[in-house]
Design a protein around this ligand. Sequence first.
Ligand SMILES: [Zn+2]
Length: 160
Amino acid sequence: MLSNCIKNLLDLKDLNVKSVKNFKNSVEIYAEFPKSEHICPCCGTLTSKIHDHYAQPIKDIPVQFKPTTIFLRKTRYECKSCGKIFYPQNDFIAKYKRKSKRLIYFIVNQLKNNIAASTIAKNVNIDAGFISKILSITNTTLPRVLCIDEFKGNSGQYKY
Ligand SMILES: [Zn+2]
């Protein structure tokens, strides 16, 4: 019940939130994907056999204006049929590893509002070079269309 309230508050409905640490200058969220059955990318068999777990820090949108990191415990599954070991697909982590999709969307939105890359970098505690990389991608005509499509598809509650 309390966990659901926290998930709602953080808009992390796809994750199980285990704990939240609220520091003076940062927030840490400890979470994991719920266990479920997944389709083997190799042979298509459904499997729920767990191989192992791996915790990865994922930068996320600021909570209470503080840079926020989700320590996300990911589960690797093992196919009972062909033995393939794999991470299930997820809609939360961006293709730029170690960042959530909604963080990328947040950065693009800030850039659109003419907020300086250095300010954004400070607010979310990531490398300014990464912001410049996003800026250069969004400034290029063709990838811009692809980007918008991608963000639109995954932006959750945010209206584009
Ligand atoms: Zn398989």
